[in-house]
Write a protein that binds this ligand. Structure first.
Ligand code: SIN
Ligand code: CO
Length: 398
């Protein structure tokens, strides 16, 4: 990444071309292929009217109501009198200040899990693999509200949903933070670009770009965030999972024939050597790794739970599903590789059912005709019935 920021060959602001934008979706005249080649993970992009006539998925009252729930992650950041303050939800009525009071922001994570319109907005970003998607956060800010200049480790599309927000962005010369604050605010921030976003405008930021969004009047911003696991995050989860189910025999250290010691506190060299050999020699098999990777990438967030559907016999389920079609619950995370399908942190062998389950995973729904064809495969019918009972998919109306 050049410290000087994007070159003129790759303008930060996408040139206007309404005809092309309509054809191509939220990336305007840049288009998905060029965006992924030149901007994704590399440089910021501003797209004016990426979502023409966008309606905020929720109104301010509905967002405040969501922040009152204990299964929803929310934060309130204020800078009253120039003093940063951070509180975590759930928030009771009266905790959230009036929009007439300046300099506060309410941030609500995972709105896509609770609201169908918020979830539908994510559908527009499925040119990136689902496994990279984190969630849709919505912020509600009063005039001059913001969270201060900071850096995120995620890719993010910031879609202005209501009101106006001024964004200042720049590649940070230093990542030093202001000491002693409850949130991460950069000590030195030198913006290189500045834009005021109107409803429907969108700003893409790759990880590592410093940014500061300040509300100009009350406003709402949707952040579509993409996660990338770090090596430590992945390995700590994998090792914890492996520790729960040891594979193969479990030899134990033995020291028959040991001589008496005169320094009992010294680490025994034979014990140290054996433990180090076990550590260096531990090689998880690829089947075990692939199993874990699929489960890891589809693990729901900790606060997600599914309501089980009343049990239905297979014939009745098949008849109803073939009439109305099937759709995945908006909270369901699903991924496939070879003959395996992973759903909400569980692995299923899809041999004999693969094509239809892949179609369901990619489209997140099957129309009635395709549902009938899928149900004609016995393995597919059994899995769909099981997932329906688990609340992972629903009968839908087309
Ligand atoms: C916001 O929406 O207020 C902040 C989002 C961000 O800067 O990451
Ligand atoms: Co940010």
């Amino acid at each position: 990444m050049s410290a000087a920021g994007p070159s003129m060959r790759h303008p930060v602001e996408a040139p206007a071309n309404p005809a092309k934008r309509r054809a191509r979706g939220p990336l305007g005249s840049v288009g998905v292929a060029r965006f992924m080649r030149d901007y994704w993970q590399r440089r910021p992009l501003l797209v004016r009217q990426a979502f023409p006539a966008l309606q905020a998925p929720l109104d301010p009252d509905a967002l405040v109501a969501l922040a009152a729930r204990d299964d929803v992650e929310s934060r309130l950041v204020s800078a009253f009198g120039g003093r940063w303050r951070l509180r975590h939800g759930p928030f009771e009525a009266g905790d959230v200040p009036s929009l007439r009071r300046r300099r506060w922001t309410l941030l609500v994570q995972g709105v896509d899990l609770h609201d169908e319109r918020a979830h539908a907005l994510l559908e527009r970003f499925r040119f990136v693999p689902d496994a990279r998607l984190d969630d849709l956060m919505i912020s509600l800010a009063s005039d001059a509200g913001g969270v201060g200049p900071h850096v995120d480790s995620y890719d993010v599309f910031l879609v202005q949903a209501w009101g106006q927000r001024r964004w200042r962005i720049g590649w940070p010369a230093s990542r030093e933070l202001v000491a002693g604050l409850p949130l991460k605010v950069l000590a030195r921030f030198e913006p290189q670009h500045e834009f005021v976003l109107e409803p429907g405008d969108m700003l893409y930021l790759p990880p590592g770009w410093a940014h500061d969004g300040i509300a100009e009047g009350p406003c709402m911003t949707c952040s579509i965030g993409f996660r990338a696991p770090s090596r430590h995050e992945f390995l700590s989860a994998f090792l914890a999972d492996a520790a729960e189910s040891p594979a193969g025999p479990d030899p134990r250290f033995g020291d028959a024939g040991r001589r008496p010691v005169s320094r009992p506190a010294q680490v025994p060299e034979d014990l140290r050597r054996q433990l180090a050999r076990w550590a260096h020699g531990w090689r998880p098999g690829s089947a075990r790794l692939d199993d874990f990777i699929g489960r890891f990438l589809t693990e729901p967030k900790p606060q997600v739970w599914f309501e089980r559907a009343p049990a239905m016999n297979a014939t009745r389920f098949a008849a109803r599903a073939a009439r109305v079609g099937l759709e995945l619950d908006r909270r369901t995370r699903i991924a496939y590789r070879r003959q395996q399908v992973f759903v909400n942190g569980e692995r299923f062998d899809a041999t004999g059912a693969n094509a239809w389950l892949r179609a369901l995973a990619d489209r997140r729904r099957l129309d009635p005709a395709n549902t009938a064809r899928a149900l004609a495969e016995p393995r597919c019918a059994a899995l769909l019935l099981e997932w329906h009972e688990a609340g992972w998919l629903h009968l839908s109306e087309f």
